[in-house]
Write a protein that binds this ligand. Structure first.
Ligand SMILES: C[S@@+](CC[C@H](N)C(=O)[O-])C[C@H]1O[C@@H](n2cnc3c(N)ncnc32)[C@H](O)[C@@H]1O
Ligand SMILES: Nc1nc2[nH]cc(C(=O)O)c2c(=O)[nH]1
Ligand code: SF4
Ligand SMILES: [Mg+2]
Length: 255
């Protein structure tokens, strides 16, 4: 089964309410974190304020691919989502790039009126007041192996912006001991938030390829190492999960 991918259509002139879309696809299952296995449609925005060394979604980050990103209105996005979901409300997963760069408040308001639920994935570098209108906010601060620096004040601001309505969770990609120590220290700072740990994919697809080779054995070795770390540390509140979509479809895009 491959989820249907619709090309972004209905380009409009950019204004304060248009959203830069890289791709809209589904229904598929959420492959990561708190909603793993749940049916969802993905709305992926284009553009990111980070450039992680191992990003698996560079086609929505690298400005060389910006000609593939289409400005769309909330109405046009919901029309495409409705085609994919068959008009039946589903959880919409907002990802990117960094979706927090985009003006998503009107889209969330419109989708909620239509009965849809919203999850959002962000690295926690930019806070928006509309975080409070989400059902679930996944904050995925970036560990040392990414080459990025975490702005803790910005991360605090994201959690504060979400407030008490959405469920906020932390999700860490872990490649090595340093990343693991980073995850532990950030998790200690936000003791009320559930923590998800996922092994890094050291063979992320180059942005020009839609189905690049993946080293599944290497990822599974890292998964076992991560489980051993959590057990040895007695970190029993953490949840260790693979990227389920990666196990099923490898580096295939649009699933
Ligand atoms: C592509 S990012 C987009 C959303 C946002 N920019 C962020 O990083 O949270 C979605 C999720 O994929 C994770 N991810 C990206 N590259 C990965 C890789 N090579 N291995 C495992 N997870 C990866 C990110 O850490 C993040 O949790
Ligand atoms: N199935 C599936 N699950 C995902 N969870 C997070 C994803 C992302 O790229 O943000 C992703 C994705 O691209 N596909
Ligand atoms: S923050 Fe997310 S989308 Fe941006 S480069 Fe890092 S993993 Fe990729
Ligand atoms: Mg992904």
């Amino acid at each position: 089964m491959t989820a249907l991918v619709l090309p972004a259509m209905h380009p409009v002139t950019l204004d304060a309410t248009t959203i830069r879309i890289s791709e809209i696809f589904g229904p598929t299952i959420q492959g990561e974190g708190a909603l793993i296995g749940k049916p969802t449609v993905f709305v992926r925005t284009g553009g990111c304020d980070y450039r992680c060394s191992w990003c698996d979604t560079l086609h929505a980050v690298d400005s060389a691919y910006r000609h593939d990103w289409t400005p769309m209105t909330p109405e046009a996005i919901m029309m495409q989502v409705e085609i994919l979901s068959g008009g039946q409300p589903i959880t919409i997963s907002l990802s990117g790039g960094n979706p927090a760069i985009q003006p998503l408040g009107d889209l969330i308001a419109l989708g909620r009126q239509m009965g849809y639920r919203f999850a959002l994935e962000t690295q926690g570098s930019i806070a928006k007041d509309w975080f409070a209108d989400l059902d679930i906010l996944t904050l995925s601060p970036k560990p040392p192996s990414s080459g990025m620096e975490t702005d803790l004040e910005a991360l605090d601001a994201c959690i504060a912006a979400a407030g008490i309505n959405p469920r906020s969770v932390l999700k860490f990609v872990v490649f090595d001991d340093e990343d693991y120590a980073y995850a532990r220290s950030i998790a200690n700072r936000y003791r009320d938030l559930d923590v998800y740990l996922q092994p890094g994919n050291h063979t992320p697809p180059p942005p020009s390829e839609t189905d690049a080779l993946i080293d599944m054995d290497g990822i599974m070795t890292r998964m076992r190492w991560l489980i051993d770390k959590v057990g040895a540390d007695r970190w029993f509140s953490a949840t260790v999960l693979p990227q389920l979509h990666t196990l099923i479809w490898g580096n295939l895009r649009g699933v």
